[in-house]
Design a protein around this ligand. Structure first.
Ligand code: GDP
Ligand code: MG
Length: 186
């Protein structure tokens, strides 16, 4: 049994807020196969687990779904201690890409939300960071092109997925890739 700790974080153009990018929706889609158009905001943080068999290995995903911690300029260690992967989510319909280009480049060693805030210093140099462009189903409202996120991820050594929690596009693929990547790099 492989234990995988994952933290779900959010990139947002709103300096003090991280709500609404779809973190909770992504994790509910993955864990329960459900989606709600009116997802209640997460208070504090929520914890989810999912066990699955991948390539003959059984993997237990422990997922911390965070909310609003940026406001306090730090994420409590309990959320990122032992994290093997950080999933950083933005919303393709509301992200101002100018903020993305200001992000520090070494997201692997720590997770930063914008040029002013540095949130989680993750004590894991092998942390896998995945940049996720969510709400891909809202194509007509798109503000951030796929290529922009993809290019940013490439330059910064991040994995990249464009997802939709609503249609389930790439959601399982995202978590499977994390499982695959980590079991391969153990
Ligand atoms: P969080 O604050 O990052 O946890 O975001 P939520 O999961 O609470 O989602 C915020 C809002 O966006 C909710 O109304 C969701 O229904 C909606 N939402 C989340 N993911 C998607 C998506 O992929 N597509 C669409 N159209 N809406 C989404
Ligand atoms: Mg939430």
């Amino acid at each position: 049994l492989l234990y995988l700790n994952i933290i779900l974080l959010s990139l947002s153009q709103v300096l003090l807020g991280d709500m609404g990018t779809g973190k909770t929706s992504l994790v509910l889609r993955f864990v329960k196969g459900q989606f709600y158009d009116y997802q209640e905001s997460t208070i504090g943080a929520a914890f989810f687990t999912q066990v699955l068999s991948l390539n003959e290995a059984t993997i237990k995903f422990d997922i911390w779904d965070t909310a609003g911690q940026e406001r306090y300029y730090s994420l409590a260690p309990m959320y990122y201690r032992g994290a093997a992967a950080a999933v950083v989510v933005y919303d393709i319909t509301s992200m101002d890409i100018k903020h993305l280009t200001h992000y520090p480049s070494k997201l692997g060693a720590y997770v930063a939300f914008n040029d002013k805030l540095c949130i989680a210093v993750v004590e894991n140099p092998n942390l896998v960071t995945v940049l996720v462009a969510n709400k891909a189903d809202l194509a007509t409202k798109r503000l951030v092109e796929n290529e922009v996120g993809e290019q940013y991820a490439k330059e910064n050594g991040l994995l990249f997925f464009e997802t939709s929690a609503k249609t389930a596009q790439n959601v399982n693929e995202l978590f499977y890739e994390i499982g695959d990547y980590i079991s391969y790099h153990l």
